[in-house]
Design a protein around this ligand. Sequence first.
Ligand code: ADP
Ligand code: TRP
Length: 328
Amino acid sequence: MKKDTRILSGIQPTGKLHLGNYLGALKNWVALQDEFPQVCYYCIVDLHAVTAPYEPKELKQRVFDTALDFLAAGLDPDKAAIFIQSQVTEHSELMWLLNTITPIGSLERMTQYKDKKKRHADHINAGLLNYPILMAADILLYRATMVPVGEDQVQHLELTREIARKFNYTFGDTFPEPEPRLTRGARIMSLTAPENKMSKSDMERSYITLDEEPESIKSKLKKAVTDAGTSGDLGPGGQNLLTILEVIDPEAAKNFENDAKAGQIRYADLKSYLADKLTEYFGPFRERRQELASKPDAVWELLLDGTQQARRIASATLRDAKKKMGFI
Ligand code: ADP
Ligand code: TRP
């Protein structure tokens, strides 16, 4: 099968994006749009976002906020299609088709599902279980070969590959098997409980948003959990701060790491250095985001344009899949 490079990824519009989303995914999206212009599809996955309790009146604003984060982080609509999942209805339709070839056992094995089932014991809907099939549809509709995500999504991607193989085997070659593309920041941890990943659904003190005010960055980092710093081992909290620093200032990170190895690291210094660096690094982001927020019409227009580009590819693939399955 022909395997032209195609890139697709998605983020849920469930709140402002944080350092984990940026270092694990979005930063990579920007690099890939420059390396592979015109073949990147970046999606705001609002259909995924409604699998957890949410406020309908706020959904559109959240989609808009996510679009602002995408654009301020450097996604360029001239190089990549930026669009809203629910507006390309082919996603839901392909999902139904893929539903019929996905074993329930594979879905029940997903770590994220098991985790959500534990955390929202009173709100387990079929959407939570079927969530990875919709993600597979997102990817396969564009015949994506590469999917830039954080480490937590690798298992879902494995399932996407399994679904693609099953479809190809049953109905004939249709979908390439997509590969994950991970970064150094593929797993950024929570500031308050560094054994868990940083997440939007956690409490505010545990993450830093990309437009966080400098004072707030400072105070969140100050309170970040780290060990005493004398054992020569950084521990998960200290290591996490170093991983963040490594991406934006590798040389300084190396120095702090050497101090740690010698048992001489001063966490207060690392935290205040990192706070300054983050403030500097995301300064232009904050400015661009504010500017874009003042032009909502232009932002919606651009999403509409992205949706039209996405729909062209999605409808051709869906048609092919339906043909192979005998519908047309
Ligand atoms: P969240 O878990 O914060 O709601 P999403 O599920 O919307 O975030 O994830 C969007 C993207 O960001 C995915 O590619 C995911 O792998 C990545 N991501 C999320 N949290 C982290 C993290 N803590 N470290 C690295 N990447 C992350
Ligand atoms: N499930 C992903 C997450 O929670 C979001 C997502 C939906 C996605 N569809 C996708 C990621 C397609 C990559 C490709 O982060």
